[in-house]
Design a protein around this ligand. Structure first.
Ligand code: ATP
Ligand code: MG
Length: 238
């Protein structure tokens, strides 16, 4: 379970997160939606230990992750996929194997893990292609495979389909559903696409100006927005 308590983040005078409280349950797909600049990426970056909170905390299974002394092992329990797919100029196979090599896994185990991940993303026949020559959607699938192959308990995805066309988007959405269903991975994703949140998420949170204005099932958020700002954001009111 991920428990975020009274989390605030300031960049200079700019208070980007203002006392965020949120619990994400194990095995859940949770979508963070909200206007540009509301703090969605900052929240994910704090959970992924790429930023430190100004105050408040993030606990994973009871451990305050920013206070813990074993940050490397906490970090290794998480995977992160960014809006722009990050791939290295080497083969698809090596891109996916990267996270396993630093863990010192045997070559045979790496081969079988990577093969399984490439089958999952539908790129098993491209293992030897240079990842930089893939399409944007294929690169994003490689980035997902790299994050996934290490068996993270938590997968964070920041606008994973923002740069993709509808078909590539559908591919990634299918992949997200399968990861969640087959591996039980907890997923937190941010999206500009309200309908994507509705299609994928068990629950979603509407972030407005650095705090969750509403958290609930997609049905609750779309049919019973609790404030005018949420209603305006989900398009019920202009
Ligand atoms: P978008 O939907 O456009 O991706 P977002 O909700 O993800 O927006 P963030 O990227 O979290 O928004 O940014 C929230 C605010 O924090 C913005 O005003 C941004 O300029 C500011 N911000 C983010 N990172 C930094 C940083 N490292 N230094 C200074 N300001 C920052
Ligand atoms: Mg963002």
């Amino acid at each position: 379970m991920i428990e975020i308590t009274e989390l605030s983040k300031r960049f200079g005078a700019n208070e980007v997160l203002r006392g965020v409280d949120l619990t994400v349950r194990d095995g859940e797909i949770f979508a963070v939606i909200g206007p540009s600049g509301s703090g969605k990426s900052t929240l994910l970056r704090i959970v992924n230990l790429l930023e430190t909170p100004s105050s408040g905390c993030v606990r994973i299974d009871g451990t305050d992750i920013h206070a813990a002394d074993r940050q490397i092992s906490i970090r290794r329990g998480m995977g992160m996929v960014f809006q722009k797919p990050v791939v290295f100029s080497t083969t698809v196979f090596e891109n996916v194997a990267a996270g396993l090599r630093i863990r010192g896994m045997s070559e045979a185990a790496i081969r079988s893990r990577v093969k399984e991940a490439l089958e999952l993303i539908g790129l098993a026949d491209r293992a030897e292609q240079n990842a930089r020559t893939l399409s944007g959607g294929e690169m994003q699938r490689v980035a997902v495979a790299r994050a996934l192959v290490t068996d993270p308990v938590l997968l964070l995805m920041d606008e994973p389909t923002a740069n993709l066309d509808p078909i590539a988007t559908e591919n990634i959405e299918d992949l997200i559903r399968r990861i969640n269903r087959d591996y039980g991975t907890t997923l937190i994703l941010t999206t500009h696409d309200l309908l994507q949140g509705q299609r994928l998420a068990h629950r979603m949170g509407v972030m407005i100006e650095g705090g969750f204005a509403q958290v609930g099932t997609p049905r609750e958020i779309f049919s019973e927005p609790n404030t005018r700002s949420v209603a305006r954001f989900v398009g019920m009111e202009n």
